[in-house]
Write a protein that binds this ligand. Structure first.
Ligand code: ADP
Ligand code: ZN
Length: 226
């Protein structure tokens, strides 16, 4: 039997803020050993570190708008150059514009990687403001929680790691969430048609239970890898 060489695949998670991209990306990371790559996390790290890119990105992020393609692409390229991405990545929050999608296509072509699937997490906009404005994460391990929908089993103690420190994002308030939803519809939703045209689009109903959505995603990833 000849050895089959699987081309390292890139998975893209598409969906508005609050759709659960980060939550699901973490689950896929654990299950499939892929690396989660969130441009939001990378940008927040750049802001916290006070780099030039971080300084330039901060105002757009605080207002709920998009950071320029130039800055986001530079950060993404640097991250994709690290060796842990070679077996495949889950992109969470990138691409967010058609310009970024085209740049990703050429970056992947250079690296001999391909898009395994672009998965749209389909949700009702109206529910997203409530989801996003109630969410917070463990400051130690990043596990996600929500004031109403997902509280820790023991009040104030992370289920995953036992830490008692939690944090909330500065942009997770009702006003900024509305601006982010608008940016999603204007700039990012057109990517659904873009990936449909490439024949890699999958859609998942992301309004239900976290575990059921995770199962749907796992089935897509398994089918994309075979
Ligand atoms: P969410 O998906 O919940 O809005 P993210 O953590 O993905 O949160 O992004 C937070 C903010 O970072 C966005 O509102 C935007 O300002 C900026 N950002 C993240 N990714 C990108 C991107 N690919 N292009 C432009 N801006 C981005
Ligand atoms: Zn934790």
């Amino acid at each position: 039997m000849s050895e089959t060489v699987t081309k390292p695949a890139v998975l893209i998670l598409l969906g508005p803020p609050g759709a659960g991209k980060g939550t699901q990306a973490r689950k896929l990371e654990q299950k499939f050993g892929l690396v989660q790559l969130s441009t939001g996390d990378l940008l927040r790290a750049a802001v916290a570190a006070g780099t030039d890119a971080g300084k330039a990105a901060k105002a757009a992020m605080d207002a709920g708008g998009l950071v320029s393609d130039e800055i986001v692409l530079a950060i993404l390229r640097d991250r994709m150059a690290e060796p842990d991405t070679r077996n495949g990545v889950i992109l969470d929050g990138f691409p967010r514009t058609t310009g970024q999608a085209a740049a990703l296509d050429s970056l992947l072509a250079d690296q001999g990687m391909g898009i395994g699937a672009a998965i749209s997490l389909d949700v009702d906009d109206a529910a997203m403001v409530e989801r996003v404005s109630g969410r917070y994460t463990c400051a130690n391990c990043g596990e996600g929680y929500h004031d109403r929908f997902k509280t820790p089993a023991v009040d104030g103690v992370c289920d995953a790691c036992g830490s008692t420190e939690f944090k909330r994002r500065a942009d997770d308030n009702a006003e900024t969430v509305s601006a982010r939803l608008e940016a999603y519809h204007a700039e990012t939703a057109p990517l659904i048609a873009y990936y449909e045209g490439q024949g890699v689009l999958k859609r998942v109903d992301a309004m239900g239970e976290i575990g059921r959505i995770a199962d749907d995603l796992a089935a897509i990833v398994e089918a994309a890898a075979s």
